[in-house]
Unconditional design. Structure first.
Length: 334
């Protein structure tokens, strides 16, 4: 029995924020993001619930067969308990369902796939509902223009299930981290290191005149770009080596959708110009852990899934953390 992605869906909140109100046309063209969806009253759990319900309805999934919920979220509804616990109740799933959160950002989908694969192939679960939910804009100041213009909110739901097969559908996983640069993309205050009760909110301008507080996302864009261009090409090589594949063997590449310019550089530096490569977030922005599954959904809508047997997936970002794998996406219906 091997783990396989068999269904995927997404949900974006209805509120739209246009980048023309934040940044100039030149910058919009460079990052490739015209508008983003914003969670206003919705929480991460609300978006997760809606993405899961959409998945169940779209694929006519029997929710009684779900035996585990895995949720990737960095801004849960509550400090405790974990989000997956009350999602189980909201989705009216059996109390025999296991639930677990993982706190990861842009690499989170790949880590989640590996976790689901481990549970399924160890015989601990048969059908896993894997949800990503991101509400970054709640933690990005509206006047932090260079950061705000990149991120959107949304959730995805993926069904991963045990399939009788002689070959793997998810393989060649590679992981990496460089925690020495954690403060290049982080929120300084609010965790147990600097608890809210003991640290008042302080607002200030950075060197680029972006306005934000110590309770909001701080991003060093240059450091993130350098990290990406340094680590991701190596990640590509490592995954291909582990999978014993050449670039010419790949059917598609689906990477974390950071922004258009970044992905163009990554594609070129990774020597993947000859491989179909998804790069389009003009109407949603960077969905963090949801960017890879959202892109998968777009790809299966527009391409023949029978030809998506060797797809290179890669996620990279906050942490700094990165991960990649080879996925067989064939047979997933739109």
């Amino acid at each position: 029995m091997f783990a396989k992605i068999t269904a995927i869906s997404s949900y974006l909140p209805p509120t739209v924020e246009e980048n023309k109100n934040l940044i100039d046309e030149r910058t919009i063209k460079k990052i490739g993001i015209l508008e983003r969806r914003i969670a206003t009253s919705e929480s991460a759990g609300d978006l997760a619930f809606l993405a899961a319900e959409k998945l169940f309805a779209k694929y006519k999934i029997n929710r009684d067969e779900i035996d585990f919920i895995l949720m990737c979220v960095q801004h849960p509804d509550y400090q405790m308990p974990h989000n997956a616990a009350h999602i189980q109740h909201r989705l009216n799933l059996s109390k025999n369902v296991g639930t677990m959160d993982i706190s990861l950002g842009c690499s989170g989908y790949i880590y989640g796939l590996a976790t689901a694969k481990g549970f399924i192939e160890a015989g601990l679960a048969k059908k896993i509902l894997f949800i990503t939910s991101s509400v970054y804009t709640k933690y990005i100041n509206g006047r932090d223009f260079s950061t705000r213009a990149l991120f959107g909110d949304g959730a995805t739901a993926t069904l991963i299930e045990a399939v009788n097969s002689e070959k793997e559908f998810l393989s060649a996983f590679v992981f990496g981290s460089d925690g020495s640069k954690f403060d290049k993309l982080y929120i300084p205050v609010g965790g147990s290191k600097f608890p809210p009760r003991d640290n008042p909110e302080i607002f200030d301008f950075d060197e680029n005149k972006n306005y934000r507080s110590n309770y909001e996302v701080h991003m060093d864009g240059g450091a993130v770009a350098y990290f990406t261009l340094h680590e991701v090409p190596k990640l590509v090589n490592d995954v291909l080596e582990k999978a014993k594949l050449l670039r010419a063997d790949l059917d598609f590449c689906i990477f974390h959708q950071a922004n258009q310019m970044m992905l163009e550089y990554v594609q070129k530096k990774s020597e993947l110009e000859g491989v179909p490569f998804f790069n389009d977030i003009k109407f949603c922005g960077n969905l963090v852990s949801g960017s890879v599954p959202f892109a998968i959904e777009q790809v299966i809508k527009n391409f023949d899934t029978a030809k998506l047997k060797k797809v290179l997936l890669a996620g990279f970002g906050v942490g700094f953390s990165w991960a990649g794998c080879i996925a067989d996406l064939s047979g997933i219906s739109n």
